[in-house]
Design a protein around this ligand. Structure first.
Ligand SMILES: C[S@@+](CC[C@H](N)C(=O)[O-])C[C@H]1O[C@@H](n2cnc3c(N)ncnc32)[C@H](O)[C@@H]1O
Length: 272
């Protein structure tokens, strides 16, 4: 009961800190769109699933036992994962998307696969996924379009949903021109974000940045270095902090606060 009220308060607070109008504007561009037919073609799959792709190399660094994909669209990456040709087939695969039609399409596509669960999320965090429930999460060709406030919110919530030692692979924008613009005015509809800002926010959210690779996007209209793919890890243990049992899923700032309290109590007990 108490946790229900805590969730309600968190939702209300998040809605105040997220520009819901802009979130919906971006989301509405990716409902009905001929993107989804083309996206299943092999030349559109290669940038991720080609043998020499840096994204596939980093994807293979994930433990896919309990995997989630953010912004799954029509589920083309889940279909690749479920072939078992690239990594071990997950025991559980959660697909999330903000768009109702994309969710229905993916749900229909994987209806006969019990290990796949499809959810519509709110566009800024991973609920309804539970705390410390995932070994890995990834997002490809979607976060590049998201507003900065949604990206920050997803990064903060990544810490919550990953188990300690779990990893996240995010393909995001590295486009730092035109601040304040609408993302549709930018090349390849990239929203404003940089690799270093992304790394900073991820670290503030308690994550370790394992690797960042700057990527080009496009063929004839190629834009050099417009994207980045970042591999993150939720640390197993932060030195000197309580990390076991009921403390395991606490945010690092709370762990640091608790650790300092425990140190003070120990000092009082030791005092003559
Ligand atoms: C270009 S499509 C890519 C779909 C999929 N990732 C792929 O590679 O086929 C962008 C996806 O992002 C989803 N989306 C847009 N804004 C979102 C948000 N704030 N949170 C979650 N999903 C979002 C859209 O509904 C759409 O499925």
């Amino acid at each position: 009961m108490l946790s229900h009220y805590v969730q309600q308060i968190k939702t209300l607070y998040s809605k105040k800190t997220i520009d819901i109008g802009r979130l919906r504007e971006v989301a509405s561009d990716w409902g009905q769109n001929d993107y989804y037919d083309k996206a299943e073609d092999s030349d559109w799959l290669l940038p991720f699933w080609g043998e020499t792709s840096p994204i596939l190399r980093l994807f293979r660094e994930l433990d896919t036992t309990s995997l989630a994909e953010l912004a799954c669209g029509h589920g083309r990456h889940a279909a690749q994962i479920l072939t078992g040709n690239y990594t071990a087939i997950p025991s559980r695969l959660f697909l999330l998307d903000v768009d109702r039609e994309n969710v229905s399409c993916s749900a229909r596509r994987f209806a006969n696969m019990d290990l796949v669960k499809v959810f519509r999320n709110n566009g800024f965090d991973f609920r309804p996924l539970k705390d410390s429930s995932l070994s890995a999460v990834f997002c490809y060709d979607a976060m590049v379009h998201f507003e900065y406030d949604c990206v920050i919110s997803y990064l903060k919530d990544t810490y919550r949903v990953l188990k300690p030692g779990g990893r996240a692979l995010f393909h995001h924008s590295n486009y730092d021109k035109n601040p304040g613009s609408c993302y549709r005015d930018n090349p390849h509809w990239r929203n404003f974000m940089t690799s270093s800002l992304f790394s900073h926010v991820a670290q503030r959210a308690g994550m370790r940045v394992l690797e960042q690779v700057i990527l080009d996007w496009g063929d004839a209209d190629k834009e050099d270095g417009i994207d980045c793919v970042t591999l993150l890890e939720r640390p197993i243990r932060l030195s000197g902090e309580p990390n076991e049992g009921r403390f395991a899923s606490l945010h690092p700032s709370w762990k640091r606060y608790l650790a300092s309290g425990i140190r003070r109590l120990k000092a009082i007990r030791r005092a003559p």
